[in-house]
Design a protein around this ligand. Structure first.
Ligand code: SF4
Length: 482
């Protein structure tokens, strides 16, 4: 579905670069490739060996750095940046990262992607210990834990603090000594290491940001890893034991950019395979295959290739809709759909259509798209979702934390079909999804988080458990399940 307007929103994008001539400029360029991960705010902090420089603001990166001076003043050889989508905390300026912590022992800056499942408990403990909060997002908690820790060395303060975090997270930390990249014990949120021709090292959310600045990929961070980079190169340590890789499957389905490669799997190829697999699982006779632009086009091509039914561009996305910063509210999202999408009549009129979409969250966007195609004269519309039914909330960095918001948790597939007005509706099976994504170029399986679809959370839910249990009970009662 549409990245900017869909009910399901990406978490954040993070980027860090060390020992580069124009660190902030490179960060800015790389972060452009991560813009799809959030549009509510952006910021860069740079360091020149003596001083730190920062600029942050609300909205797209290009808006925040509209004035070239704001970028030019960020001098120094190292920089970290952040692209924000609010998964925890409000949209206010105070929550825009990177966060800077002026610890007299070792000042540091942090960029975070993900969500902590024990944030509330940590916040309570921290405030008992006298911590001062600058923001209401969970991203500053790691910094505050480090500030309050008494170990002599920064790295020990960091390790001790990281061990207290639960949930899905990737961090980039910049200090006067270098840069550190961190992946949670399950590797839920992606983070990669790369190197540019000038020898500078880069840490970032997706490989597309490495490509953007001409850097080569070195490796994905593995669960529980902490990569420390300084003038002598990089070293790999662990802050905790790996719990086995369970990278977020939604990264492949929807969040990541199609040209990125995550843990050896091309996002574009994975999406095409998901489209091909659902074509095998749920074939239907039709004249043409359409994909909802942009993130469902790859799956639609896969469906068309596997079924032999031609693919066509039956829907157009308006790339130029003006936007200020967008708050994650339902009515704004809905208004956004009508401004963003149009049907191509010559492709649609009088045709039996297979409409491939990557997911259905609340169902409102799908309903609108079906109506749009019907108004353009489609004879029949067969919706094929290139991922399984989303039935469970995510607590690791996606802004759906309640079953009540998910149409798949509350309705059967037939009820969803009826509610969106399609002639038929089918979803990819969970084994079909795993088979499509979970094999890398060496034919090796790596782990995936599939909790959105099967409720098998790789971690305990901690602060969310009681709410989750109460809600599950309520839904079961309303469905008449004893
Ligand atoms: S629950 Fe879903 S969205 Fe959240 S990390 Fe797992 S797969 Fe990704």
């Amino acid at each position: 579905m549409l990245h900017e307007i869909k009910s399901l929103n990406e978490e954040c994008g993070i980027f860090g670069i060390l020992n580069a001539k124009d660190a902030a400029e490179n960060a800015y360029l790389g972060m452009h490739s991560l813009q799809h991960r959030g549009q509510e705010g952006a910021g860069i902090i740079s360091f020149d060996g003596n001083k730190v420089y920062a600029h942050k603001g609300q909205g797209l990166l290009s808006t925040v750095f509209k004035n070239q001076n704001n970028l030019d003043k960020l001098t120094g050889n190292s920089a970290i940046g952040h692209i924000r989508y609010a998964t925890a905390g409000s949209c206010g300026l105070q929550n825009i990262q990177p966060f800077f912590f002026n610890d007299p022992r070792m000042p540091f800056a942090i960029s975070h992607n993900g969500n902590l499942t024990n944030a509330e408990t940590l916040r309570k403990d921290l405030s008992k210990n006298g911590a001062h909060f600058q923001a209401d997002s969970d991203s500053e908690l790691l910094g505050l834990l480090v500030m309050l820790d008494n170990h002599d060395k920064f790295i020990d303060r960091l390790k001790t603090s990281l061990k207290k975090l639960r949930g899905g997270f990737a961090f980039i930390i910049m200090t006067a000594k270098g840069m550190i990249g961190i992946a949670d014990p399950h590797g839920l949120r992606p983070i990669v290491l790369g190197q540019n021709k000038d020898g500078s090292y880069i840490l970032c959310s997706e490989t597309c940001a490495l490509d953007q600045i001409g850097a080569k990929y070195i490796r994905d961070l593995q669960p529980g890893e902490m990569i420390t980079i300084n003038n002598n190169g990089y070293t790999i340590n662990h802050f905790t034991k790996s719990q086995g890789l369970t990278v977020c499957s939604l990264e492949y389905i929807y969040f990541a950019r199609a040209d990125s490669i995550i843990h050896g799997v091309s996002v574009h190829e994975a999406r095409k395979k998901m489209g091909a697999t659902i074509a095998q699982e749920h074939p239907v006779k039709a004249d043409v295959v359409l994909g909802v632009p942009n993130s469902s086009l790859d799956a639609a091509i896969g469906y068309a290739q596997a079924s032999g039914i031609p693919f066509d561009m039956g829907m157009i996305k308006n790339q130029y809709v003006a936007r200020t910063f967008i708050e994650p509210t339902q009515d704004k999202r809905e208004r956004g759909v009508s401004m963003k999408l149009a049907a191509v009549k010559s492709v649609v009129q009088g045709k039996d259509i297979i409409l491939v979409d990557d997911s259905i969250v609340r169902g409102t966007t799908s309903k609108y798209i079906v109506k749009l195609l019907q108004a353009a004269g489609a004879k029949s519309i067969h919706v094929r979702i290139a991922s399984p039914v989303i039935k469970y909330p995510c607590f690791y960095g996606v802004d759906i934390e309640s079953k009540a918001e998910l149409i798949g948790a509350n309705k059967t597939v037939e009820e969803i079909r009826e509610s969106i007005g399609a002639d038929s509706l089918a979803y990819l099976s969970i084994p079909g999804m795993i088979k499509s994504i979970n094999i890398d170029s060496d034919n090796q399986y790596h782990g995936l988080c599939t909790a959105y679809f099967d409720g098998k959370y790789p971690t305990k839910l901690y602060d969310y458990q009681d709410k989750y249990d109460a809600e599950t009970k309520q839904i079961e009662q309303s469905k008449g399940v004893k």
